[in-house]
Design a protein around this ligand. Structure first.
Ligand code: ZN
Ligand code: ZN
Length: 226
């Protein structure tokens, strides 16, 4: 509507005056490009520049996400995002696979340690398990007690501590751990290595608990700190 003589000087005002179709794409993705959008080089360039906003590139899993996935501290929503992303991103799928391989490498390393180490002094020190490629979480084991029928270990792993009671002689072993006198025992879980009790996150200060183990005719009662 400007006077033709003024248009040249007001080019910045009128140059894209016909590009209304572009404005329409800001609020709704067009099914097909209008004739104007197809023919206008400036609009096509603008559409190309903003394509990244309409379809943002996939965001890869971050290190933090992989950690919390590995530790099992993810919410259901976060887990769903990991699943959805790894379904289409082979890089991240591989990272998640590596976590699982890392875990089995740790198990292997522990088995090797259990087989390889005799009754050496290293067993009673807090010697870390030898690291194997892929094992990201060095684990520390401290022997609290060793009897004929069982062994008691404190296992520190990924900032968590658990107590492990390993049967040694094939006799049945039962164990209970009490954090507070008079309260029920921690819930034991039976694993390939024996009975284990999750003591929770490693605290800076010393916490203590009471342990009872029965094997054969023998009973062990002791306090321990961790
Ligand atoms: Zn245009
Ligand atoms: Zn990815």
């Amino acid at each position: 509507m400007l006077d033709p003589n003024e248009r040249v000087q007001a080019w910045w005002f009128s140059a894209r005056a016909d590009c209304d179709d572009l404005v329409a794409t800001w609020t709704q993705q067009p099914r097909s490009l209008s004739p104007h959008l197809q023919s206008c080089a400036e609009c096509r360039a603008d559409l190309a520049d903003t394509a990244v906003v309409d379809q943002p590139p996939r965001r890869h899993l971050t290190t933090e996400e992989l950690w919390s996935f590995d530790l099992g501290t993810m919410s259901a929503d976060e887990r769903a995002r990991v699943d959805a992303h790894t379904a289409s991103c082979s890089d991240c799928a591989q990272a998640v696979l590596a976590l699982e391989e890392g875990d089995s490498a740790i198990d292997e390393a522990l088995e090797m340690e259990a087989e390889g180490a005799g009754a050496s002094a290293a067993r009673t020190s807090r010697a870390p398990v030898p690291r194997r490629p892929g094992a990201r979480h060095p684990e520390q084991r401290e022997v609290l007690e060793e009897r004929r029928d069982f062994r008691v270990l404190l296992v520190r792993e990924r900032q968590r501590v658990r107590l492990l009671v390993q049967p040694l002689s094939g006799r049945s072993v039962t164990a209970a751990v009490f954090l507070t006198p008079g309260k029920p025992s921690l819930k034991p879980s039976q694993g390939p290595e024996g009975i284990s009790f999750e003591l929770g996150a490693e605290a800076g200060g010393a916490r203590s608990a009471h342990l009872t183990v029965q094997a054969g005719g023998e009973t062990l009662e002791r306090d321990f700190s961790y």
